[in-house]
Design a protein around this ligand. Structure first.
Ligand SMILES: C[S@@+](CC[C@H](N)C(=O)[O-])C[C@H]1O[C@@H](n2cnc3c(N)ncnc32)[C@H](O)[C@@H]1O
Length: 324
């Protein structure tokens, strides 16, 4: 089979088990702390991960929040040690749920990063449209990516991740530049609200893992925060997404995964990426709009003029005031 031309390390397409700076692809089968111990100080450019959220998924035992934070703190300390001086850490998290009450994990993890002197550059909101439907609160439709750098001198390749302008034809209408195009021809800054579909059942990347993140989400971070041949590490690798995003753009990738079945899936997907057979959702493809696509399910089957009864109108307490 032909190697994928998108992958820079054609001659280096071996998937190693143990870290060495001379490797290009490493999938460590085991605890991330064991992998981190083997990585030299200040040697990797980007650490990007979606850690366990401690919500009792099949790969985790739900812990008391303090114990969970202690474990995360150990990993974060090691990640800070191995991060290069111009490097970045991106920690993608959602909510911990305690007897129905939510605790946004970024709020409780932030002090740990800050205690290492890391500087937060963005708190990116990742918005998606699919997930559980809440009955006691609004359905959760975003998670966050905390982006930290080790110093004020950090890699940020904005041009590599610009997105199309809304009004590319707009011109200055007064002043010394009147008549010239007012926006950057390379596109605009993508901002800190990213609308990217999450990997649910009908997503092209979905395999047997309860919470993969989409390759395109990591690709944007890889392109913006690393240069060619830099190392990208994911301490909680899951199905290999971060390594795939790294290889696709000529970077090197390393990750640890503790569950053997996911180690195998990660290796399979990385191999498919090397071979050029991995199917992924392309970066920057607009989100599917069912109405624009003419999907027949968007036409309501109930009578057009039947008015939806609002909940408060059904309640005797509010009936008197309804319709005011
Ligand atoms: C939220 S998932 C990450 C999924 C990944 N982003 C992907 O796209 O497939 C967290 C992963 O961390 C793994 N994990 C949990 N504790 C670990 C540890 N101590 N060391 C390495 N992996 C661990 C879990 O098995 C799980 O696959």
């Amino acid at each position: 089979m032909k190697p994928n031309p998108r992958t820079l390390f054609k001659q280096e397409s071996r998937i190693a088990d143990e870290f060495a700076l001379l490797e290009a692809i490493v999938v460590f089968p085991g605890d991330c702390l064991e992998l981190l111990k083997t990585i030299p100080n200040e040697s990797l450019q980007l650490i990007v991960t979606s850690p366990p959220y401690n919500i009792g998924k099949e790969y985790e035992k739900k812990l008391h929040l303090d114990l969970y934070l202690q474990q995360q703190a150990q990993v974060i300390a090691e990640c800070t040690r191995i991060l290069s001086p111009r490097g970045s850490i991106c920690w993608q998290v959602g909510n911990y749920v305690d007897k129905g009450a939510i605790i946004p994990l970024d709020t409780v993890l932030y002090p740990i990063f800050a205690s290492h002197g890391l500087r937060m550059r963005n708190r990116i909101i990742w918005h998606f449209e699919h997930g559980l439907h809440g009955s006691r609160r609004f359905s959760g439709r975003y998670e966050t990516i905390m982006w930290f750098t080790k110093s004020d001198d950090y890699v940020f390749n904005l041009d590599a991740v610009r997105v199309p302008q809304k009004y590319p034809g707009k011109k200055y209408f007064k002043g010394p530049k009147a008549g010239q195009y007012s926006c950057n021809p390379l596109g605009k800054n993508p901002g800190d609200l990213w609308v990217i579909p999450n990997v649910k059942s009908n997503h092209v990347e979905k395999i047997e893992h309860p919470c993969q993140f989409p390759v395109e989400l990591v690709e944007r971070l890889v392109l913006a925060l690393t240069d060619n041949r830099d190392w990208v590490l994911d301490p909680f690798l899951g199905t290999g997404t971060s390594v795939i995003a790294a290889l696709r753009h000529g970077r090197r990738g390393v990750g640890a995964e503790i569950v053997p079945k996911y180690v195998q899936l990660a290796r399979q997907r990385i191999q498919q990426e090397i071979d050029g057979t991995l199917r992924t959702r392309p970066m920057n493809r607009p989100v599917y709009d069912p109405i624009e696509a003419g999907n027949s399910l968007t036409i309501a089957p109930w009578k057009k003029d039947a008015e939806q009864i609002r909940l408060f109108e059904r309640s005797p307490k509010y009936r008197k005031t309804a319709g005011r």
